[in-house]
Design a protein around this ligand. Structure first.
Ligand SMILES: Cc1cc2nc3c(=O)[nH]c(=O)nc-3n(C[C@H](O)[C@H](O)[C@H](O)COP(=O)(O)OP(=O)(O)OC[C@H]3O[C@@H](n4cnc5c(N)ncnc54)[C@H](O)[C@@H]3O)c2cc1C
Length: 418
């Protein structure tokens, strides 16, 4: 592309990662044709750069792409191991490679133009949006869907990160139960401020993704993640001598009540983490991205503006702000919080709540399962903090840090491929 050849499209996607891939797949699925689309991203996403775990109803169009799915999951605390039957939902694992391939196939069928350059500036005059790209090009679009990573609009009252490292482990002998995933295992040593847990996503009796995750304000060091993950491997009773680490996955996801404005201007909507699709209390993002992709595709198929509904209802964002505050200020212990949630509600209700699709009556039941006094204290603290925020001059929010990526871990006798 050259600066002298502006590209005219109906829809420009800025960012071609998770949210955009799900959207391209949804446009294809809904039979949207004759729409001029441009995808702007300096990187053409391919291969395995992340593994998505999410729950949902079986038989979605993603089913053929899944590496595994489980009807049962475990939630374990130092006190007990609980096996949850998720019916009618199921927990599923989608590796990024198959989704990026599906999106590339959809992109071809939709005749989309791919611009391998960063979007540098976006100007919306309410009738058209002009995007200038880093290679000097110009894209003029009726609508822009922007999923470029960005910090929130202002600092949150609680700013945590979900940060993790996972090892794709291969074992010499059967070591995993492929019928069951471990959703959260809180037997890991708990950080002074924050929550930690391990989880296991088996794809066969010899292969699994084993992760160590923290919800806390700051990242660990490279060695810190390896030590924590090795500790969790030992807790699972896995023999390091019989294991090889085939791949390593690192990530950082914001967990904050800071705002991610989803509609920055009349003809621009934000998708994915940048648009608020990351659930503040859990970091889960995938289901909201999938739901919003479907809404946008349906809207375009019906000739309506491609603007999705908010990722989560306002009352859910408020409940998350209170829960995050209670966890951060030490009023509530993480393992205890999740233990009570799963103890006092059917698993399916908790999972639908975390996806933001429960009814107010169900939400009262969820709230009743938490400890009352710390939650009241956190609610009052949240309200006071909101008032203080209104009186303070606006400050920029810190950027979301990049994941810590280190050298090959010292585990078992294998080496890691990255
Ligand atoms: C390792 C990892 C594992 C995760 N696992 C889960 C999970 O199991 N379940 C879950 O629900 N969520 C998970 N998440 C969170 C979330 O689902 C993912 O981060 C998801 O990829 C978010 O999609 P996105 O489109 O918002 O961002 P991304 O997928 O990160 O895509 C953003 C895109 O923007 C592009 N970009 C950057 N700058 C520019 C620019 N200037 N112009 C144009 N493009 C630009 C990037 O190259 C990238 O392709 C995970 C996240 C990570 C990092």
């Amino acid at each position: 592309m050259t600066a002298s050849a502006p590209i005219e499209v109906d829809l420009a996607l800025l960012g071609g990662g998770g949210a955009a891939s799900l959207l391209l797949a949804a446009l294809d699925r809904h039979g949207v044709r004759d729409l001029r689309i441009a995808v702007v991203d300096p990187v053409r996403r391919r291969g395995q750069d992340r593994t998505w775990a999410f729950w949902g109803h079986p038989d979605s169009d993603l089913d053929p792409l899944l590496s595994a799915s489980w009807q049962q999951v475990e939630v374990t605390t130092p006190a007990r191991r609980r096996v949850l039957d998720l019916a009618p939902l199921r927990y599923a694992m989608l590796r990024s490679g198959p989704l990026y391939d599906r999106a590339a196939e959809a992109e071809r069928r939709l005749g989309a133009i791919r611009i391998v350059a960063p979007a540098a500036s976006v100007v919306d005059d309410a009738t058209r949006v002009v995007v200038r790209t880093g290679d000097g090009g110009i894209v003029r679009a009726d609508w822009v869907l922007d999923s470029r990573p960005r910090p929130p609009a202002r600092p949150g009252r609680t700013t945590w990160l979900q940060h993790f490292r996972g090892w794709w482990l291969e074992s010499d002998r059967p070591a995993f139960d492929p019928a069951r995933a471990v959703l959260m295992d809180f037997r890991t040593p708990q950080p002074a401020r924050g929550v930690s847990f391990g989880y296991v996503l088996p794809v066969s009796d010899r292969h699994a993704l084993v992760e160590y995750t923290e919800f806390s304000p700051a990242l660990l060091t490279d060695a810190g993640y390896d030590t924590a993950l090795a500790g969790y491997r030992d807790l699972l009773g896995l023999d390091p001598a019989g294991l090889r680490v085939r791949e390593v996955e690192n990530g950082v996801i914001p967990m904050t009540d800071a705002p991610f404005p989803a509609r920055p201007s009349p003809r621009v909507a934000r998708l994915g983490t940048a648009g608020g699709a990351t659930r503040p209390s859990t970091g889960f993002t995938f289901s909201a991205m999938y739901r919003q992709a479907d809404q946008v595709a349906r809207a375009l198929a019906a000739g309506r503006p491609p603007v999705p509904e908010p990722a989560y209802p306002r009352r859910h964002r408020w409940m998350d702000a209170v829960a995050l505050r209670a966890l951060d200020r030490g009023g509530v212990g993480g393992p205890d919080f999740f233990d009570r949630l799963f103890d006092r509600n059917p698993a399916e209700r908790v999972l639908r709540f975390l996806d933001g699709v429960t009814t107010p009556v169900e939400e009262v039941a969820i709230m009743n399962s938490t400890r009352l006094l710390p939650m009241i204290a956190a609610t009052a603290g949240d309200a006071a903090h909101r008032v203080r925020d209104r009186l303070r001059p606006a400050r920029p929010a810190p950027a979301i840090p990049a994941a810590v990526v280190g050298g090959p871990p010292i585990v078992g006798r294998g080496s890691a491929a990255r």
